[in-house]
Design a protein around this ligand. Structure first.
Ligand SMILES: [Zn+2]
Length: 413
């Protein structure tokens, strides 16, 4: 495959980094302002993870004086990021403190997903709750980006308006796409199952919100990392729609690769001389385990709710469907053995549509892993997020950016 012409683009800047977990690890300038912003973030994370908490409890958790914490908390309340729940019941001598909680009416993240067969948008508040959502079913394959993104924009406006009626204010927009995205976090380099290439989505989406575009599999992997408390720190996340997507999480961070294209498990060759693939290669995993490939192998038409159809027929004991799913599981096991032998992750996680088909994929997949792994066999688990992963990951990426640098929302940065 020819390297796309985007590797010389300037590095990410400002809000374009939203959705990139490295943003969380970025060090702010080591000045008083930088220190203040880091401490605002520490207060937000303490309250979100352990709240409701009093100011004194926050102070003891993050190791600052109560006076310093009070100043930070006041700023976060003014910015609408924290709220006071009223006085705590006095349980010991002294003035009762007011319990602090993350605001359910402050900023929210708007997540959007361009699927091959659907568009979806949701709003997630700082507490992590989905507060509004909209979905449109219908194929986007072969449609130009303009009309598709006009429809997506209408859904985004609908969800933003609904979240504003709930007292929320959208702080950013993150869009999941089934394709490779350049490091500018806006340009779809190629999305073969949509037929888009070198498309800057920025001018085609609402310009009043900071925008991040990322591969849907990356958002799916991040959703697993952020929303599954039991998620390991090192895992390979594999998901499917028409294509097969992969995301590699190493030590709690998404592995992006030099150009941002890491994790293209769907285009790992399973049989070097196998059928031609949309990527230009042959015998890629997607040609054996993508939804359409499985339907073809089962002698079914690729129309309607494909995964639902496969799951229903498999549950009924349809021999052709079960054989096709065994074949897909074998191909997944072969490709994943490569990833496991290379990366030594704690687990492989099946997400997206694959989670609904897991009962029929897993036996063959695990058999191949057991036969081929160089070391001990890697555990395989099934994501509970299912097909919602990429959309939730997108919305949560905006929320996490707010928690990691709350000053950007209060206008006090
Ligand atoms: Zn391919």
């Amino acid at each position: 495959m020819t390297p796309p012409p985007h590797e010389d683009r300037p590095p990410l800047a400002g809000s374009l980094e939203w959705g990139d977990p490295r943003r969380a690890g970025r060090r702010l300038p080591d000045t008083q302002q930088g220190m203040r912003r880091r401490n605002l973030s520490r207060v937000m994370h303490a309250v979100r993870e352990e709240g409701p908490l009093s100011r004194a409890a926050v102070a003891s958790r993050i190791g600052l004086t109560r006076a310093a914490v009070s100043t930070l908390v006041d700023e976060l309340i003014r910015s609408g990021l924290l709220e006071e729940l009223g006085p705590e019941r006095p349980s010991r001598v002294g003035r009762p403190g007011s319990a602090l909680a993350v605001s359910g009416s402050g900023p929210c993240g708007i997540g959007a997903e361009v699927g091959v067969d659907h568009l979806a948008v949701c709003a997630v508040d700082l507490r992590g709750e989905v507060r509004a959502r909209a979905v449109r079913h219908g194929t986007n394959r072969g449609r130009a980006s303009g009309p598709v993104l006009r429809e997506l924009t209408a859904l985004i406006r609908q969800v933003a308006a609904e979240s504003e009626r709930e007292g929320l204010s959208p702080a950013g927009l993150a869009v999941a796409v089934p394709g490779l995205v350049a490091r500018d976090a806006r340009t779809v380099v190629r999305a073969p199952n949509l037929g888009w290439h070198d498309t800057d989505l920025g001018p085609l989406l609402p310009d009043d919100l900071p925008l991040t575009v990322d591969n849907e599999a990356n958002f799916g992997g991040l959703a697993e990392l952020w929303l599954n408390e039991a998620a390991p720190r090192d895992f390979v996340h594999v998901s499917a729609e028409i294509g097969i997507g992969g995301a590699v999480v190493v030590d709690g961070r998404l592995l992006r690769g030099t150009r941002g294209f890491a994790g293209e498990l769907g285009h790992v060759p399973v049989r070097p001389e196998g059928p031609a693939c949309v990527c230009g290669g042959r015998g890629c995993l997607e040609q054996y385990a993508g939804e359409e490939a499985v339907l073809r192998a089962a002698g079914l038409e690729p129309v309607g709710n494909r995964v639902g159809l496969l799951a229903e027929r498999a549950a009924q004991g349809d021999k052709d469907v079960r054989r096709a799913l065994r074949g897909a599981g074998t191909a997944l096991g072969v490709a994943l053995t490569g990833a496991v032998n290379l990366l030594d992750p704690q687990a492989v996680v099946l997400g997206g549509a694959l989670s609904d088909l897991a009962p029929w994929l897993l036996p063959a997949l695990e058999r191949e892993l057991a036969r081929r792994s160089a070391g001990p066999v890697c555990a395989v688990s099934v994501s509970r997020l299912g097909p919602q992963g990429p959309l939730l990951g997108a919305a949560h990426s905006v929320v996490r950016a707010v928690l990691d640098d709350p000053a950007t929302v209060g206008g006090a940065a």
